[in-house]
Design a protein around this ligand. Structure first.
Ligand code: BGC
Length: 364
C-alpha cells in the first residue's frame, strides 16, 4: 500500500480580529493538507507558515497519538504562537542586536527578542502564506511549499526564492528539504520549529524524555542567548548528551549556561562524518522514539523553557513549563556576525540546500 494524500479543505472559519484597530479582517482561506502513510502515520499541515498542526505516530502497542504542540484556531497562531510547528526563515534563531555587515554594507533587522533579532523578524516565514503543491510518489507523499521573499523584507537584502518540501514516507520518516536562491547576497538559515511531546497530546512535561545528541561541543551564549563565539567541549557539563540522558537529569543544576537559557536553549555543534544520527529522543512510557538526521552543522535543543501555562492549545491542553521540546536543525545562531562559524551567506548563482529527517520508531 502506498501513502495517500487525503486532500485538503478550506478553513474559512479561521478568521481573526485585528485587536489594535478593532477592524475585523476579511476571512482568509487557509488550506489544510493531510498526509497519511501506509502505516497510519498522519501529518496535518497548513499553508500559513507551513505549520504542522498535528503529527500522529504510534506507541509501542500501536496506539496513535498527536506528538506535537499547537492550537485549534488560526487566530491563535497569528496572535501569540511561540512558532508552534512553523517554517522559520530567513534566519532561524538570533542575530545580535538585529545587525550584520555584509560586503561592507550594514543591515538593520527588527529586534523582536529583547535586544536581538529572532527567527526572521516580526513577520518571518512562519507568518506568510506559502504556495503549496501536493505530490505522491511510490512510497511517499508530500507537499512543496514555495515563497518569494521580496528584497528588503524584514530588512534582509535580495529577493529570496525559497522552497521547502515536506515528505512523509512509508518508513515513518518526515523529511524536510530546504532550497533557496537569491539575487543578492543574504543570510539564510531555514529550519522547522515543531514542539514535540512524544508521550502524546502535550499534557505533561518532557523532563522524562531521554535525549542523545551526537555533539562533542556546543556554542555557549551570553545572557541574551547570543553565542560568545566559543565552541566549548560538552565534557563535564550538563550539555553532554553523548550517552542517553533524561532531559530532567541535570536541568536544575547550578550552571551559568542553564541559567541564561532557563534550561536547555542552546546550539550543539554536531559531529559530522559517516551516517551517524544527529540526535535521538526516547519517551519511556510510550516507547516512542524520534531519530534526527541532518545535513546541518548545528541543532538548537530547546526544552520549552518559555512555556509558562498561559497558552491553551489543542483539546484544551494548557502548555506548562517544559511541556514540549524543539530540535531545530540549523547553522549556528548569529553566524552573520561570527566569521569563525560556518557561513550562512547565500550568493547569487548559488543554491541553498539542506535536509533534515525526523524518523519515528518505538523501543519495546
Ligand atoms: C529559541 C528560544 C525561543 C524559541 C521560541 C527557540 O529556537 O532558541 O529561545 O524561545 O525558539 O521562540
Amino acid at each position: 500500500m502506498t501513502p495517500r494524500l487525503c486532500g485538503w479543505c478550506l478553513l474559512l472559519v479561521w478568521t481573526t480580529a485585528c485587536e489594535a484597530s478593532s477592524v475585523t479582517r476579511e476571512p482568509e482561506a487557509v488550506s489544510v493538507y493531510t498526509l497519511k502513510n501506509a502505516r497510519g502515520m498522519e501529518v496535518r499541515v497548513i499553508d500559513y507558515g507551513g505549520i504542522i498542526l498535528s503529527l500522529k505516530v504510534p506507541d509501542r502497542s500501536g496506539h496513535f497519538a498527536d506528538v506535537v504542540l499547537g492550537y485549534e484556531a488560526l487566530a491563535d497562531y497569528e496572535r501569540s504562537s511561540p512558532y508552534f510547528g512553523a517554517i522559520i526563515g530567513r534566519y532561524g534563531n538570533r542575530i545580535a542586536r538585529g545587525r550584520f555587515t555584509l560586503d561592507g554594507q550594514t543591515y538593520t533587522l527588527a529586534t523582536n527578542n529583547g535586544p536581538n533579532h529572532l527567527h526572521g523578524g516580526v513577520k518571518g516565514f512562519d507568518k506568510v502564506v506559502w504556495d503549496v503543491a501536493p505530490f505522491e510518489r511510490g512510497d511517499s507523499v508530500g507537499l512543496v511549499f514555495r515563497y518569494t521573499s521580496p528584497d528588503g523584507e524584514e530588512g534582509y537584502p535580495g529577493t529570496l526564492q525559497a522552497t521547502v518540501t515536506y515528505t512523509l514516507t512509508d518508513r515513518n520518516e518526515l523529511v524536510f528539504d530546504y532550497h533557496a536562491t537569491t539575487d543578492r547576497a543574504t543570510p539564510v538559515n531555514l529550519t522547522q520549529h515543531s514542539y514535540f511531546n512524544l508521550a502524546g497530546d502535550g499534557t505533561n512535561d518532557i523532563l522524562g524524555h531521554v535525549v542523545t545528541l551526537n555533539a562533542d561541543r556546543f556554542t555557549p551564549v551570553d545572557s541574551t542567548l547570543i553565542p560568545t563565539g566559543e565552541m566549548k567541549s560538552v565534557s563535564g557539563t550538563p550539555f553532554d548528551f553523548r550517552t542517553p540522558t533524561a532531559v530532567g537529569a541535570r536541568i536544575e543544576q547550578v550552571d551559568q549556561q542553564l541559567r541564561y537559557g532557563r534550561g536547555y536553549d542552546h546550539n550543539l555543534v554536531l559531529n559530522k562524518g559517516s551516517d551517524t544520527l544527529a540526535a535521538q529522543v526516547y519517551e519511556p512510557t510510550s516507547g516512542r522514539v524520534m531519530e534526527i538526521a541532518t545535513t546541518e552543522p548545528g541543532l538548537q535543543f530547546y526544552s520549552g523553557n518559555f512555556l509558562d501555562g498561559t497558552l491553551r492549545g489543542k483539546h484544551g491542553a494548557v502548555y506548562r513549563h517544559r511541556f514540549g521540546f524543539a530540535m531545530e536543525t540549523q547553522h549556528y545562531p548569529d553566524s552573520p556576525n561570527k566569521p569563525a562559524f560556518p557561513s550562512t551567506i547565500l550568493r547569487p548563482g548559488e543554491q541553498y540546500r539542506s535536509r533534515t529527517i525526523y524518523k519515528f520508531t518505538v523501543q519495546p
